[in-house]
Structures are given as structure tokens and as C-alpha cells.
Design a protein around this ligand. Structure first.
Ligand code: SF4
Length: 387
């Protein structure tokens, strides 16, 4: 059976507050029966509070509505994020005063409060889950939708997968992309050719390894799989291979499975705000121009379904190419526009497929518009003669 995903479009028919996104979020909160589900629960609202001078994260107006709904239902809410983002959160507008609840670092100020979970995956054995999220009895995963250099896009999965773990595990999840070998030094023993390989990349994504002479290092975040380096590297010496790129998305799905497993059934829900969608994630510490038109706000108890719905809705819109940083290039136009931008092996749908395989939800969903945009009929325009 398809999972319901509630949706409020960013578009309005009339310029009235009741048709705005915060008002549509209220309608989604009602549809999710949030107030009825949180009585006496300790509610972690996991969001990304951004970094440095970023301002495209979820605006406090939206967060406060969620906080108020939890309080109205008799729950005890707190907003949480990783320690280094919480440290400056009030500078970006997130405080007790603006949100109506405290903002806590998910694993404590030094990320020393965590619960280890054993789950072997490539380079990772122990996953260190943030203690405050582990201890909460209800989870609201409130994500901002944007592009991401490792996997094409970040929303519900990404918000929880990275933010639910301590820095050591977050780093290991990124390192999973390096687990399968991609450089075969014996097939390229000379330094001059290695320099030419590095010079062939316009994104500085392949470089000589500083610590291991004769080895090359791929910065997967910067690589858009254009293939220029493969034209220079001796055959077989360098692989630009899906197995490396896919590892991060699989790690995200595993992380989310571990986090969600610490909550009772029906004690988790997901919200995503798809506005001001930038090419990169909110960790970058600044906000660049939006590259997709605002889509709206989404809510669902099914994390697979909500990310899927966000991708389908945003995938129907155009990439605003005039807003792209000039350092980025689009060399293939297949699939979702985020994939155009980050390359064919960073297909944003992959994380939902891994998630569905792990039993986290359904790729089938029903999109329920909580306030369909009224199409306003107008009479034909009459002829007005020139004066
Ligand atoms: S595929 Fe393109 S972006 Fe990636 S390392 Fe090679 S040249 Fe650089």
C-alpha cells in the first residue's frame, strides 16, 4: 500500500497568509496527528541549524510551529543538531526565545555522549549514535532540501543519517567512498604521468596523495564523473567507479536504520522544506543562489516515501542554470537536476532504494496536497483602444 505524503505547495493563488507555507505546515501537522502522538514524550526535533553565515536552513517560523504543536500535545520538545552547528545557532536565529524550546548538541558539547551500535559495513564496524537522540522517545526529523556534493541531494535521510551520529562516524561514512580501491599504482609508476592526471581535472578532484608516495587520492565530493582524467591515466590505473560513489548513500541508509530502530513504532515522523535549494549542503557555512524553484513543504511517517516525493516534485522543475556557480558544470542531463549537477553516479534516488531494501519504508506513495492551489478563472481581456 502506498504511504501517504502530505504536501503544501510553495505556490499561492491569493496573497494571503492562510495560503503561505507556514500555514500549510500547520495543515500537515494536523494530518500527521502530531499533537495526539506526543503526550509525555521527550521529543527530539532534529534539524540542521546551518553553519557560519548560512541562512537557507529551515526558518525559525516553521520550527516554532512544530515546537508549539508538540507543547500543545503535552510533549517535551528540544531542537537538536551536531555540536559545531549548535555552537553558533543563535547567530542564525535559533534560540530558546525564537523557537520556544532549548537547542541541544545531539551528542553533548564535545560529542562524548553516544551509544555504540555494531554493524559492519566497509570501513565501519561501530556506529556511534548521538546520545540525546537515542534517549528521546519521539523523533521529528525536520530537513531542509538542498544539493549535496557526495550524493547529489540532502533531505530526510541525510539529515538523520549524518546528524544522528557523532563526528567520528560521520567522517567514517564519508571515508566509505574510499574503501574499494580506485588507484592501481603499479599501472602508473611515473611521477610525470601522475601530475598529468591531476592536471587533467578541472575540479581538483584527483590529486597526488600527500601521505602515500605514488598513490592518487580522489576527492569524491568534487568529482562530477566527467571522465577527463581517464583519458590521461594509463589504462586500468584509475577507476571512476559507481561502487565508490554508492557507498556513501548505502552508509546513510544504514545509519538511518540504526537511528530509527531506537524508537518505538509510530514514534517517528519526517518533515522536509523544499525552498531555497542550493547546490551544496548547509554544512558549507554560507548560502548560495537557489538552483531549483521553491517546491513546498512535505510531511510523512515514511522516510523513504517523503524523500521520494520530494525528488519527484523537484525533479519536474527546471535547473536554474543562470544561478549555478561558474565553477560547476553540467555535462550530462539525465535524471534529477541534482544529478545533472553532481554527476551520473550521484543519483539522489539511490538512498531511497537502499532504504527500501532495508525495510525503512516504501518507494510507493500517495501525494496528498493539503491545500491545492486554486486556478483562478478570468474573463477574456477586452479591447482598449490606444489613447
Ligand atoms: S572524472 Fe572528472 S571530475 Fe572526476 S576526477 Fe576525473 S577529471 Fe576530475
Amino acid at each position: 500500500m502506498p504511504s501517504p505524503v502530505y504536501f503544501g505547495s510553495a505556490r499561492q493563488a491569493r496573497l494571503e497568509a492562510k495560503e503561505s507555507l507556514p500555514a500549510k505546515l500547520d495543515l500537515i501537522i494536523e494530518q500527521l496527528h502530531l499533537c495526539d502522538r506526543v503526550k509525555n514524550e521527550t521529543v527530539a526535533i532534529k534539524m540542521h541549524t546551518g553553519n557560519n553565515v548560512g541562512y537557507s536552513t529551515v526558518h525559525p517560523v516553521f520550527v516554532r510551529k512544530v515546537v508549539q504543536a508538540v507543547k500543545d500535545g503535552g510533549g517535551k520538545p528540544f531542537v537538536t543538531d551536531v555540536n559545531w552547528d549548535v555552537r553558533g545557532a543563535e547567530e542564525r536565529g535559533y534560540s530558546m526565545e525564537t523557537l520556544g524550546c532549548p537547542v541541544f548538541p545531539a551528542a553533548g558539547p564535545d560529542e562524548k555522549y553516544f551509544y555504540p551500535h555494531e554493524h559492519p559495513f566497509k570501513n565501519i564496524q561501530t556506529w556511534k549514535m548521538a546520545g540525546l537522540i537515542h534517549d528521546a522517545t519521539f523523533l521529528i526529523n525536520f530537513a531542509h532540501v538542498k544539493g549535496h556534493p557526495s550524493c547529489g541531494f540532502g533531505a530526510a535521510f541525510k539529515n538523520l543519517a549524518l546528524g544522528g551520529m557523532v563526528g567520528e562516524t560521520r567522517g567514517a561514512m564519508h571515508d566509505a567512498m574510499h574503501f574499494d580501491p580506485y588507484w592501481f599504482a603499479e599501472l602508473c609508476p611515473d611521477a610525470f604521468t601522475r601530475q598529468r592526471v591531476a592536471a587533467s581535472c578541472p575540479h581538483e578532484a584527483v590529486v597526488e596523495d600527500r601521505d602515500r608516495p605514488g598513490e592518487m587520492h580522489l576527492h569524491f565530493e568534487q568529482c562530477n564523473q566527467c571522465g577527463r582524467c581517464l583519458q590521461v591515466a594509463p589504462p586500468g590505473s584509475l577507476k571512476i567507479d559507481p561502487v565508490n560513489f554508492y557507498a556513501f548513500q548505502e552508509a546513510c541508509a544504514i545509519s538511518v536504520k540504526l537511528v530509527l530502530a531506537t524508537f518505538a513504532p509510530d514514534k517517528t515522523t519526517h518533515l522536509s522544506l523544499a525552498t531555497h535549494m542550493t547546490p551544496m549542503c548547509d554544512c558549507f557555512g554560507f548560502t548560495s543562489m537557489p538552483i531549483l524553484p521553491d517546491a513546498g513543504v512535505f510531511g510523512s511517517d515514511d522516510i523513504v516515501a517523503i524523500d521520494r516525493a520530494v525528488l519527484d516534485v523537484t525533479g519536474c522543475t527546471r535547473l536554474i542554470e543562470e544561478n549555478l556557480p561558474t565553477s560547476l558544470e553540467v555535462h550530462k542531463r539525465e535524471g534529477h537536476p541534482f544529478r545533472w549537477l553532481h554527476g551520473p553516479y550521484k543519483d539522489p534516488y539511490l538512498v531511497t532504494e537502499y532504504g527500501a531494501q532495508l525495510g525503512l519504508g516504501s518507494c510507493e506513495y500517495e501525494l496528498i496536497d493539503v491545500l491545492p492551489v486554486e486556478q483562478i478563472e478570468r474573463a477574456p481581456i477586452g479591447y482598449i483602444p490606444a489613447a
